[in-house]
Design a protein around this ligand. Structure first.
Ligand SMILES: [Fe+2]
Ligand SMILES: [Fe+2]
Length: 321
């Protein structure tokens, strides 16, 4: 059942921590769109932490399998928007700037990959005494030589112990069953397991019985109208020929899609109360399809402008699973 929720009911006093997570940012047009959208989300939803997956931030080559990655200039623009930490995936090491990118402590790459590859797989964001641990994992379906993701995560949780207040996991992979299995395996131990990589947003936002927020895929933030943000030509060619594509990889040119979720932590801070999708397809601020009530927060006087924004909540499951 769909219900309209008045803005005042969403924006009342409260102190629950909020994490805004944005999925696979794909290409320059997505970055430009995010430069317009993220300040609105930050003003309106006031997240305490902003984490983004940016493995497709830049196009650095002609093939979809290896032609993405990040650049220092692109990362600087993200950090300038208030992004706290950047995650990656199978494209973490694409492009000529990979070594430089991974010297930045605000960038993490899959934890369950070779220790000899540049970068680190986990990071901690510290803000106002709260320590948020972020772990990046990759599935073997996305990176065939990856180690077992659950083993790597459990080792990291043991290393951190009580030194972090909450943990968010970006699990980058194809398989919904694998992502859910991992989420259930650590249900109650981490605040959220958020899927990335497919670039397709899924509607299964839920809070598991132990309090772990989950979504199979956050979805990309990138150009629509194509195939995972990419013009379909090389993929169609390859499907027909069963050979590597000869056509160069180019990005799609449709309207930007925003894949993003807002996770609200419980009072203890260790688990989650809710997970909701944010969407801005029409330039307004909309909250839709979520699980659990959004923790309420005071609206500052200078935020009065937002009262004109269209706000919609599609009722999600509030019961466990
Ligand atoms: Fe990926
Ligand atoms: Fe991606």
């Amino acid at each position: 059942m769909k219900r309209q929720v008045s803005e005042s009911s969403l924006l009342n006093p409260g102190s629950f921590k909020r994490i805004l997570f944005i999925g696979d940012i794909t290409g320059e047009s997505a970055l430009e769109a995010l430069e317009r959208q993220l300040p609105l989300w930050r003003t309106h939803w006031r997240p305490d932490f902003v984490v983004v997956n940016a493995e497709n931030l830049a196009v650095t080559g002609h093939e979809a399998s290896s032609g993405f990655g990040m650049t220092p200039a692109g990362l600087a623009r993200l950090f300038g928007l208030g992004v706290d930490l950047v995650t990656g995936g199978n494209h973490s090491w694409d492009g000529p700037y990979a070594a430089e990118v991974h010297r930045d402590m605000r960038v993490v790459r899959p934890l369950n990959y070779s220790a000899h590859a540049p970068g680190r797989g986990a990071g901690i964001i510290k803000r106002e005494g709260f320590h948020l641990g972020v772990v990046n994992l990759v599935s073997r379906s996305a990176l065939s030589q990856a180690d077992a993701p659950l083993d790597a995560l459990e080792r990291q949780l043991q290393i951190w112990g009580d030194s972090v207040d909450a943990v968010v996991v970006d699990f980058h992979g194809e398989s919904v069953a694998e992502k859910l299995s991992l989420a259930f395996a650590v249900d109650g131990q981490v605040a959220a397991v958020l899927g990335t990589h497919t670039h397709v947003p899924t509607l299964d936002t839920r809070v598991l019985p132990g309090g772990t927020a989950y979504v199979s895929d956050v979805g990309m933030t990138g150009p629509g109208g194509g195939l995972q943000g990419i013009a379909p030509g090389p993929f169609v060619e390859s499907l027909r020929s069963r050979l590597p594509a000869t056509l160069p990889m180019t990005l799609a040119t449709g309207t930007t899609e925003f894949g993003a979720v807002l996770v609200t932590l419980s009072a203890s801070g260790r688990t989650a109360l809710s997970i909701n999708r944010l969407d801005a397809a029409h330039g307004d601020v909309r909250l839709w399809q979520g699980a659990g009530a959004v923790a309420e927060r005071e609206m500052e006087p200078e935020r009065e402008w937002a009262k004109g924004a269209e706000l919609r909540v599609l009722e999600g499951r509030n019961d466990p699973c």
